[in-house]
Design a protein around this ligand. Structure first.
Ligand code: KG4
Ligand code: ZN
Length: 339
């Protein structure tokens, strides 16, 4: 009798925003992660949805091909195809989901619709050490800011969320006011490393429970800069590093205020961060410091798995495959897919 062991090989496809990515995972191990970034949006202060869809259309086939080649996997070896079902830009999601559907139909294998924000959290299972359940994850991206209790591979409870802008949006909107190209978050991070975080003080909202709000901060900074620039039109250039450091400190304080309170309330000591904004060096440092102070075990994804990538989609797809969580071919993506 032969062995009953069979490899599980999944292709993951991510196309929710402006990056097209494909990844192969085999038995829980990432074999490849290929990404095409879109530069077309950088001078426009945000992603232009129509351009993003067109770039996905151009990129998706070569990116998937590359992922298969890098992994040394033939498409006939695939057991399932996972794609980002939402949330995200509808046009971008449609490109990925249509591609995934046709490929799954052609190969006659299951189709797996993955929630983008759950996948950001599952990035923690790509490398070791991995968080133990239940853990608390602060998930911070360009479109979302959420506190999530994760009690299993497919078990998530959102206990706090933003009522307006996401943390990444706050970084990007302030960066735009300062004069940086999109996405400005990483540039604020770079300048902040040379500035004094206590140079300027900005408002921290007082929100009930574990919810967040970031729109007031952006307005506060805008008015502050308008006032200062009436006195010194070069105020931004003359104070760039201090400004970035102060803005970054304020966003981090807002994020960690609720993170620490919710960890305490739920008595959780396994604490993680995920999503594009978790690439921020100040946030990464602060999580380590809070962890040491509070006796938490902390988890930070490798840099390349913080911002959008298909490895996290493939990882989530791998867990969903084992639970037989499949889609039918009439599935449609959703820009506002509920958690
Ligand atoms: O998760 P992600 O790649 O895409 C979404 O799902 O939205 O997150 C993108 C967000 C952008 O707002 C970007 O400015 C922010 O992550 N970001 C950063 C840093 N790297 C990416 N924000 C602050 N500091 C960074 N180093
Ligand atoms: Zn994302």
């Amino acid at each position: 009798m032969g062995s009953t062991y069979k490899d599980i090989t999944i292709l993951g496809i991510e196309s929710s925003c402006d990056d097209t990515s494909a990844s192969i995972i085999q038995n829980g191990i990432i074999l490849s992660n290929s990404i095409a970034n879109q530069q077309v949006h950088e001078n426009y202060g945000g992603v232009i949805p129509e351009w993003a869809s067109r770039a996905h259309q151009k990129n998706i086939l070569p990116v998937v091909d590359q992922a298969l080649k890098d992994a040394k996997i033939e498409k006939e070896q695939l057991d399932g195809i996972a794609f980002t079902k939402g949330p995200g830009l509808l046009g971008s999601l449609l490109v990925g989901s249509s591609f995934a559907k046709s490929m799954a139909m052609a190969l006659n294998i299951p189709l797996i619709g993955v929630h983008h924000m759950k996948a950001h959290i599952m990035a923690h299972f790509i490398d070791k050490p991995q968080p133990r359940f239940p853990f608390l994850c602060l998930t911070v991206s360009g479109g979302h800011t959420q506190l999530v209790i994760v009690s299993g591979y497919n078990a998530f409870e959102v206990i706090g969320t933003t009522i307006d802008d996401a943390a990444g949006e706050a970084f990007d909107k302030v960066a735009k006011i300062i004069g940086f190209n999109y996405p400005g978050g990483p540039l604020i991070d770079q300048h902040a490393q040379f500035g004094n975080p206590d140079a300027f003080t900005f408002v921290e909202p007082s929100m009930q429970g574990f919810d967040y709000s970031f729109s007031g901060l952006k307005t506060n900074i805008l008015y502050f800069l308008q006032k200062e620039m009436r006195k010194d039109e070069k105020f931004i250039q003359n104070n760039l590093d201090d400004l970035c450091a102060s803005v970054q400190k304020t966003i981090i304080n807002i994020l960690f205020n609720k993170l620490t309170k919710s960890a305490q309330k739920h008595n959780i000591k396994e604490v993680a961060i995920a999503g594009g904004v978790s690439a921020n060096s100040g946030i990464r440092q602060r999580l380590v410091q809070e962890g040491e102070k509070r006796g938490w075990t902390t988890y930070i994804p490798a840099f390349e798995y913080c911002t959008d990538n298909a490895a996290m989609i493939a990882m989530m797809g791998y867990f969903m495959y084992q639970d037989n969580l499949f889609e039918t071919t009439d599935v449609t993506p959703s820009a506002r897919l509920p958690f």
